[in-house]
Ligand binder design. Structure first.
Ligand code: HEM
Ligand code: HEM
Ligand SMILES: [Fe+2]
Length: 482
């Protein structure tokens, strides 16, 4: 992945080169995210670890902000990758696109260094502008916020103008419309208000409407693109599915927002609205799952019918990650989300480790998986490999990472269950109850297992990284020998 820029087979396709630049930063930030997670997880077990040097609050901030940023990088990379294929022309403003990449990367580096070395500041405007804006997941200080808006505007202009000039496929139409919503929603996280209810009200517009509406549509679009490439699925079929998915995702996800308005001081009618619409959110996730597996089986069956032996797959590791996405999205977002989405349940589970369990499996299952799959598609293209097969390292990567994240999720679910029973149901909540529950064996063991499974995840990541760095070259050499 690191060398491909010089020896790539893109044949002057600058948009795809830019995509690889975005993927590279994404994978580095993914690694940083995991390291920070390990520190934070260890601090649950040994609370004094790095106390006042690198507090839990700092490790957690970097962990979840790196998560959001690496995903956005990989998403932008994926758009730059697919655009020339979909529109049939080269991306219009590639120079400005590259400049935006460097500006964004420089800004992200400064922000991360400030999080790590400066960490905190006085409770005044200057901290908001220079250190940390204080909204979970979107903590970038305000100067960087404004910079991000400018960079995203140039990105969007690039996408929109290329779309207008080139061929307009259904896939690209969904992408262009949806990206406008993804970018626009970021603005809702930039309001300043000293009323915490209002602050949370707007903040959820970004977090929820990103992950449960617009990012899901983004994933549906990527899956459609990937299916056409990986198994030769028919464009008319995947595009028809995509429109249905868009309708269902927005139909349930937009008002599903109400499941975050149960207890923050918003009017009580949100209980019914949130319960009803968010309970419907798993439906499109089931549809997306069925769609991927059905198309795969169908294309394989057609090939067999024609007497073709062997697999129809053109990229084994990418398809494995895509199938993991179909499963993970349904399980992490759909099932683990549904568990706690009704107010009758959420009153007990709200803010417990159960939420963290869902957060991990959902972000991993719905987003990390497909974005890693896109990186493999990028590598295949960069090295001009006709059929990319999974290597031992690819298999170790996907197996250990998925097993590790699932293990962490189960450990946290057990810890959360204990909190629900003891802290909430038995002791009725409150300060004392909170600490009592944290000192009981199920909670402590849950945290220990999360740490162990976190290490498993990290070992899987090393395999993944090693694979991404080597698979292109190795398989290219094999292809040339054959
Ligand atoms: C890929 C999609 C999803 C992702 C990435 C995701 C991620 C998250 C995260 C990180 C949180 C914790 C936010 C915080 O820090 O407070 C959260 C909360 C929540 N999610 Fe999801 N989620 C997804 C889909 C869903 C779905 C489909 C449902 C319902 C069916 C759902 C139900 C909930 C609920 C009820 C909460 C609030 C938990 C609480 O009260 O503590 N989520 N989600
Ligand atoms: C080495 C593996 C990992 C470890 C040890 C780890 C550990 C942690 C810890 C300790 C927290 C703070 C939890 C709290 O405040 O109670 C956290 C939060 C979080 N992590 Fe991880 N993590 C890992 C990997 C991941 C991955 C792969 C993802 C998603 C792709 C992820 C997504 C999140 C999210 C969304 C939160 C916020 C959850 C919430 O507030 O509900 N983490 N993680
Ligand atoms: Fe939500």
């Amino acid at each position: 992945m690191l060398t491909s820029i010089k020896t790539n087979s893109f044949a002057g396709d600058k948009s795809k080169e830019l995509a690889m630049m975005y993927y590279r930063v994404a994978i580095i930030l993914f690694g940083a995210q995991l390291l920070m997670g390990l520190i934070a997880a260890f601090q649950f077990i040994v609370p004094g670890f790095l106390f006042e040097l690198f507090d839990f609050s700092v490790a957690r901030t970097v962990h979840i902000n790196a998560l959001v940023v690496w995903m956005l990088y990989a998403m932008i990379g994926s758009v730059y990758f697919m655009m020339p294929d979909e529109t049939g022309i080269e991306t219009v403003g590639i120079g400005i696109g590259k400049l935006a990449f460097w500006v964004l990367t420089a800004a992200v580096t400064v922000v991360v260094l400030v999080y790590i070395f400066v960490q905190i500041g006085p409770g005044t405007e200057s901290s908001i502008w220079l250190i940390n804006e204080g909204r979970e997941y979107l903590e970038a200080p305000r100067w960087a916020d404004i910079g991000i808006v400018v960079v995203v505007l140039t990105f969007y202009a690039n996408v929109f103008l290329t779309y207008m000039k080139g061929e307009k496929t259904g896939l690209m139409t969904v992408m262009v419309a949806n990206l406008l919503a993804v970018s626009g929603l970021y603005l809702a996280g930039m309001f300043f208000t000293d009323n915490i209810s209002m602050d949370q009200y707007w903040w959820w517009w970004v977090i929820h409407l990103w992950v449960e509406a617009t990012w899901e549509v983004f994933v549906g679009t990527l899956a459609a693109f990937a299916l056409i490439r990986l198994i030769g699925a028919k464009r008319e079929v995947v595009e028809m599915w995509l429109w249905i998915e868009v309708l269902m995702l927005f139909g349930s996800g937009v008002l599903g927002l109400g499941h975050h308005y149960f207890w923050i001081g918003t009017p009580e009618y949100w209980w019914e609205i949130g319960a009803l619409f968010s309970a419907l959110e798993p439906v499109p996730l089931v549809a997306m799952f069925v769609h991927v597996l059905y198309d795969w089986g169908k294309e394989q069956g057609i090939a067999q019918g024609k007497g073709i032996t062997g697999s129809v797959l053109t990229n084994g590791p990418a398809m494995a990650w895509l199938v993991m996405n179909a499963f993970g999205n349904f399980l992490g977002a759909g099932i683990w989300g549904f568990f706690h989405t009704l107010p009758q349940v959420n009153i007990y589970t709200h803010g417990t480790q159960f939420t963290a369990a869902h957060g991990h499996l959902a972000f991993f299952g719905a987003y990390a998986t497909i974005l890693v799959g896109m990186m493999y598609i990028g590598l295949q293209s960069a090295y001009g490999i006709k059929i990319m097969k999974a290597s031992f390292k690819s298999k170790m990567g996907i197996t250990l990472i998925s097993f590790g994240v699932m293990g962490m999720t189960i450990a946290l679910t057990v810890a959360g269950y204990e909190q629900v029973l003891i802290e909430r149901a038995e002791l009725g909540g409150g300060w004392e109850a909170f600490f009592t529950a944290q000192n009981l064996p199920w909670y402590i063991q849950g945290q220990l297992w999360r740490m162990i499974m976190g290490v498993v995840t990290f070992i899987g990541f090393i395999y993944l990284l090693w694979d991404l760095l080597t698979i292109g070259k190795t398989q290219r050499a094999l292809q040339e020998q054959a």
